[in-house]
Design a protein around this ligand. Structure first.
Ligand code: ADP
Ligand code: MG
Length: 708
């Protein structure tokens, strides 16, 4: 499978890069940058090595000319011929119509937008080279908005395939091609891995990179585009090796650090909490609580990932771990990715822990003023033993008296670099010569255990593989959008029974683009269809406080129906919601559908998830929806996801815009991963300098510049 992005689709710049242009300008001493130069920087393409590792999405074969007479509908082709006619037509719609003729036949070009310069290039009598998609139109063969340029009979044809790069609207391919070509000459691609490190049969890094940018004429396009080509294998291996090395280094560095040894005390907070737990723990919860407890008791800082399907009950596990820290007088921070989730955690933890005399502080970006000041003071003095908030807030401006345990919830962005950065920030929290906090990460996007074990070389793994009892399994139904009105009737019935409904729409941001029905329109439609029902709307462009207000109404049951884009985060717990409708379900990834579905079925009532799709479905889309209807087991979904999806879409990486790996693919490249795992320790031992260079080359890119 080729990369999932559409041809020439804009690539998402790393989040940290949003402010890059302004800083770049400063950094360059006031030099003014052109729009494409700024666009380059926004994509993180700054250093020569960044450009050299910006690998084409696909290639155009411009090495051959096709006789016009041989062109068929939907062919991608390049032809060359004389312009026999060039006129502006105004009758139906203003457009430039151009006839081109070669020895074999005639082709019509149509330009709906054009400039005088285009007319000049396409003037009658000129010889032109044209490339584009062929349409068998009403007037014969035609191309709409082809690429074209004037040539002479002896203008040479390229001898290599032409690369098409991931780009953005402000960055023309031609500009990017030039920038890459020039960077390739300078990029430091020399080999520093000792002989025997790289799997046999793979090219040197320089050769691999050059081949990927400019494959020779005979190369297999299929192997290049599905990433099985040896040149691709080399890049993937290097990336995996760098990650294994970085993790091994981190592990070694961690081994030198000391954390407080945290154990439950007799009659302490954790014992009292245990005595009043609102429910009996599942066997799986008991087991992971033990695993975490054993880590906390050691002086080696914990670095553990708790995987558990949506609804498996991770929050109580985190709360129990927190009480162990508190028993020893250490503080605990619980970080959630969004304010809504942070608020929900806060409420739950207050409900559980306040009766035990614990002060819980709540910090989010929108909490300002006196309340915030007081909370910060409580945290600094150590009076607040537990602090709940969004990642950003806790990481940036909170001073703890002494932080013993940090819990990061819904941490799906598990790129090695991000994880190491988080660890570093934590290390700075308690200052030098002070004990380090333990770290527990929680994720609801499980990846198969064997895969996780080999990839996450510096993480311990705990798994909640059991749901709390008493859940009625969610029934998932897949309908064509034509059945919408029946679904709306069903919603009315749910609401009449006092239950609540979630309606999920794809992103508003993308709607202009993809012609999706946006949340606002759906909100209006459903409000009209269900008179007397209070319908809320939640989307990404709302201010955090507005979002929180809507969420509060919904959680309290005052709002019966909530129309939302995917901002209705994973992990939000509204037990009374019993019906979820996901519109354009075919647009979502499997992992994301599963996350969304997890928002219903948390109470005892039988819950239904309706997946609405718009025909026609792609084969992958069909398989995804089928998988959703067939299973509710997150691990099974993860396995199916691996089998169905294309490379680079691993565990929700696509929706978070933060790919786990840039080049390699854990499902397909297991052999390379195993090889990297095997050689990493040897390299660190025998060639530490080469190992460091490898880490710097592959992990020290892009964001470094932005941070600088
Ligand atoms: P997640 O793993 O998705 O974060 P939560 O921690 O939000 O799951 O738990 C989902 C729901 O299940 C919550 O309402 C929680 O109180 C409840 N719950 C958790 N553990 C148990 C248990 N052992 N028995 C019954 N209910 C439980
Ligand atoms: Mg949760």
């Amino acid at each position: 499978m080729p990369k999932p992005a559409a041809p020439d689709a804009p690539v998402k710049a790393p989040k940290e890069n949003l402010s890059a242009p302004a800083r770049a300008m400063r950094k360059l001493g006031g030099e003014t940058l052109s729009a494409p130069a700024r666009a380059l920087r926004r994509l993180g393409l700054v250093r020569d090595i960044d450009l050299a590792l910006h690998i084409p999405l696909r290639y155009l074969d411009e090495t051959v000319l096709r006789p016009i007479a041989t062109l068929r509908d939907l062919d991608q082709a390049q032809v060359q011929g004389k312009v026999t006619e060039c006129r502006v037509e105004t009758r139906h719609r203003r457009q430039l119509l151009v006839r081109v003729e070669d020895d074999s036949g005639e082709l019509l070009l149509r330009l709906l937008h054009f400039y005088p310069s285009n007319q000049k290039t396409l003037a009658e009598g000129n010889l032109v080279r044209v490339r584009g998609e062929v349409r068998a139109g009403f007037l014969g063969r035609e191309m709409v908005h082809p690429e074209f340029r004037a040539v002479t009979p002896d203008t040479p044809l390229p001898t290599a395939l032409t690369p098409v790069y991931p780009s953005s609207a402000q960055l023309p391919q031609a500009y990017l091609r030039k920038a890459v070509a020039s960077a390739l000459g300078r990029a430091p691609l020399h080999e520093f891995l000792p002989a025997g490190t790289v799997p046999a049969g793979l090219p040197s890094l320089r050769d691999a990179v050059l081949q990927l940018h400019h494959p020779a004429k005979g190369e297999s396009l299929a192997a290049l585009e599905d990433r099985s080509h040896p040149a691709w294998q080399r890049l993937k291996f290097d990336e995996l090796l760098a990650q294994q090395l970085a993790q091994a280094q981190a592990r070694a560095a961690r081994a030198l650090l000391q954390a407080p040894s945290l154990k439950p005390t007799a009659g302490g907070i954790s014992a009292r909490f245990r005595a009043v737990l609102p429910f009996a723990l599942t066997g799986a919860q008991e087991r992971v609580v033990r695993e975490i407890g054993a880590d906390l008791a050691r002086t080696l800082p914990m670095h553990r990932l708790l995987q558990g399907d949506v609804g498996s009950g991770k929050t109580i596990v985190a709360a129990l771990a927190a009480t162990v820290a508190m028993d020893n007088g250490w503080q605990c921070a619980l970080m959630a990715p969004t304010e809504i989730l942070a608020e929900q955690h806060f409420r739950k933890l207050v409900q559980w822990l306040q009766p035990l005399g614990i002060t819980v502080a709540w910090l989010t970006g929108s909490r300002k003023g006196l309340g915030r000041k007081q909370m910060l003071a409580q945290v600094a003095s150590g009076e607040a033993l537990l602090v709940v908030g969004t990642h950003a807030v806790i990481q940036q401006d909170v001073v703890f008296k002494q932080l013993g345990l940090a819990v990061v919830d819904e941490q799906h962005r598990f790129g090695v670099a991000q994880r190491l950065a988080l660890r570093e920030k934590l290390q700075a929290t308690n200052g030098p010569d002070v004990l380090e906090p333990h770290l527990l990460m929680m994720s609801a996007t499980p990846i198969p255990r064997t895969l996780a074990m080999s990839y996450y070389a510096d993480l311990e793994l705990s798994t909640l593989d059991e749901l709390p009892p008493g859940r009625t399994p969610i029934v998932t139904k897949v309908f064509e959008d034509g059945k919408r009105s029946q679904v709306v009737q069903r919603m009315q019935a749910e609401v009449d029974q006092g239950r609540q409904v979630d309606w999920v729409c794809p992103l508003v941001e993308e709607s202009e683009h993809l012609d999706l029905q946006n949340a606002t329109a759906t909100h209006a439609e459903l409000s009209a269809a269900l008179p007397g029902v209070r319908v809320g709307l939640l989307h990404g462009r709302m201010a955090p406080a507005e979002k929180a207000a809507v969420m509060t109404l919904f959680t309290a049951g005052e709002m019966k129906l909530l129309v939302a884009t995917t901002v209705i985060e994973v992990g939000v717990d509204v037990p009374n919601a019993s019906l979820m409708v996901i519109e354009h379900a075919e647009r979502f990834g499997l992992a994301q559908l599963h996350q969304l579905r997890g928002r219903v079925g948390r109470g005892a009532a039988a819950s239904v998830c309706v997946l609405l799709y718009t025909a026609p479905l792609s084969p992958t889309g069909k398989e995804r929806l089928k998988a959703m209807a067939e299973t509710t087991d997150g691990f099974e979904i993860a396995r199916r996801d691996l089998a169905i999806r294309g490379p680079g879409e691993f565990m929700g990486a696509r929706q978070s815009g933060d790919a786990l790996l840039r080049f390699a693919d854990l499902a397909e490249d297991n052999d390379l991963l195993e090889h990297a795992r095997a050689v990493a320790p040897l390299l660190l031992k025998d060639h530490p300098a080469a190992a460091q260079k490898q880490v710097d080359r592959w992990l020290g890119s892009k964001t470094d510049y932005v941070r600088a």
